[in-house]
Design a protein around this ligand. Sequence first.
Ligand SMILES: Cc1cc2nc3c(=O)[nH]c(=O)nc-3n(C[C@H](O)[C@H](O)[C@H](O)COP(=O)(O)OP(=O)(O)OC[C@H]3O[C@@H](n4cnc5c(N)ncnc54)[C@H](O)[C@@H]3O)c2cc1C
Length: 374
Amino acid sequence: MTDGRSDVAVIGGGIMGLSIAYAVARQGKSVTLFEAETLTHEHGGSHGKARIIRLSYDDPFYVGLAQEAFEAWHALGSVARKDLYKVTGSLDIDLSGQRRFDGHRDALAECGVSSKLMSATEINDAYPELNLPDEATGLWQHRSAVLNADLCSAALADEARRYGAHLWTGCKVNRVIPDDRIRLDTTQGMHHADTVVIATGDQVARFASDLGTHLPLTKSLEEVSFYEPLEPEAHLADHMPLLIFHLGNGVLSSVFPIHRDAGVKIMVENNGRDTSPPERLTEHKVAEIAETILPVLPRLPRAPSGTNLCHYILTPNGDFILDRLPGHPQIIMCSACSGHGFKFAPVLGEMVAQLITSDFVQPSLFMISNHSTS
Ligand SMILES: Cc1cc2nc3c(=O)[nH]c(=O)nc-3n(C[C@H](O)[C@H](O)[C@H](O)COP(=O)(O)OP(=O)(O)OC[C@H]3O[C@@H](n4cnc5c(N)ncnc54)[C@H](O)[C@@H]3O)c2cc1C
């Protein structure tokens, strides 16, 4: 490719870049996406087979956004003729019993979504794979699912291509050069576009900085472990819900029932707390899971059958970034980050498309000004 042109160039082929390419191409714009490696490769933030989608937030804004996201994934699955998620329901659990999830219940109720507070006894009776202590409490919400992450990405890529988007892999963008028409200096030549969307995951802050804006994004090494029970039946997604443990100080642990991965997937978020080198972090995380989560899932083996390291990109307040770059209105920054962005990608992609094609104003939570003052 030399001297290419398009209405919109998207940098980054993670879930966010693909969602943007699909949404913008559907608006009839010519779109070229540049991905330095392969689409949703394993060093980015969007790889793997599973992500959680849940309505259970303690903020009505995110409950509403998750409702829209559910509809968007459903619509995409219908056009792509793929099962993009498996509904499991979810339990938010507080092992100390101090939390009655008032914020979650209020936010869900405000959005017309039902939920049910359950005692430890009720939960243990309903789910024999669980052995919660007497004092634990849980909030049941039926509209939660495991998103088939790899199939979601593939559906977005297929549909974006069907609407004419060009998805270039193995093509790194070295520099974005603002001009009347923006120039992209890539490893395969120069590209020109009216609008550029930068959705480069851990490289979003670097691109913003090159263009004169500081974004307070940090990177946190995270670890995911898989546990294969001898008797998997009770841990299958047909029987076991998604579990979200609230461990205090904002730390969450997510436990996925067995669906398309081998074994139960468990993650205790690190969120930058532990800055040990990778091999020590794995050791620490496996120990943390053994201490906090395995006691309440007694039929899982004590040792994981596999572990994966990956990273989160974090904003200080956990909200996403979706905004025009100050001084460069034709450049849009987008990061579906902070460990919970995957589920929202199709809704955020649509917002980016509307920013480009109409006078839409994005939610103030996603504006760069919301982050720079945090
Ligand atoms: C382990 C883990 C579990 C998670 N669990 C959940 C969950 O259960 N539910 C949920 O909703 N969210 C979850 N998240 C969050 C969500 O998956 C990520 O925030 C989201 O996938 C990030 O997508 P992205 O497209 O913004 O970034 P990425 O996926 O990182 O994509 C960015 C892409 O840009 C490319 N790129 C970078 N620089 C350049 C360049 N110069 N030129 C060209 N290409 C470039 C990269 O190669 C990369 O492919 C989780 C994240 C992780 C890591």
